[in-house]
Ligand binder design. Sequence first.
Ligand SMILES: [Zn+2]
Ligand SMILES: [Zn+2]
Length: 243
Amino acid sequence: MRVDHDHHVHSTFSDDAHSTPEDNLAAALRRGLASIRMTDHVRGDTTYVPEFLAAVAALRPPEGLEVLTGVEAKLLDTSGAVDAPPEVLRSLGTRSGPGRVLLADHQLPGPDGPWSPRVARERLASGLEPVAAVQQLIDAYAGALRHTGPAQLAHPFSILPKIGLSEEHITEDQLDELAAAVLAADAVVEVNEKWRCPGARIRARLDRHGVAMVASSDAHHADDVGRYQWLALEAEGGTRSTS
Ligand SMILES: [Zn+2]
Ligand SMILES: [Zn+2]
């Protein structure tokens, strides 16, 4: 995995981020990155995407620095519905649209909509099996990968610690199912510095299937663009177990 790329960087178009696309571009240059994916959060009622794309298109990156775009959207339910404006999803990968949608496990997708961590913990406490909870997420990824255009899994499985589970609750069969869905959709899986996921076992299994993985900082400030500590060590260790 190349660590001179950063495939998930937020700007002030996201309400919780602090740097402009210009600042992030300058930071990418300082870091010597070859590629940066400018990515901001969307919801179903977001209207700023054309403005965001225009702002990124107006940047003048020097030769050797590739600027890509994306939108990060929450997985809503086990059918794979995604919390993004339909016209944005339709325009993915076209000249007028963002390059990719980053599918985010900010909540646990349920059959009836997203479950907050509190709700998911309650369901688990009242008998939902961990493997079934994980399957809800796998189903959501698979459905979204079928329905949407070019995609990237954003910080996959970061929801698990928030609901009292861990990557150990994901079975090999579930990883194989996810890998098949990712490959069929020509999608990529990010390895996320901020959330330190997915871990070595997950990456090794996906790698065996030939799934493409990309480095991401999930920076919300220009200082963090392309800045890898955990991820650099992980990349050095390849797929060696670090547990
Ligand atoms: Zn996220
Ligand atoms: Zn993000």
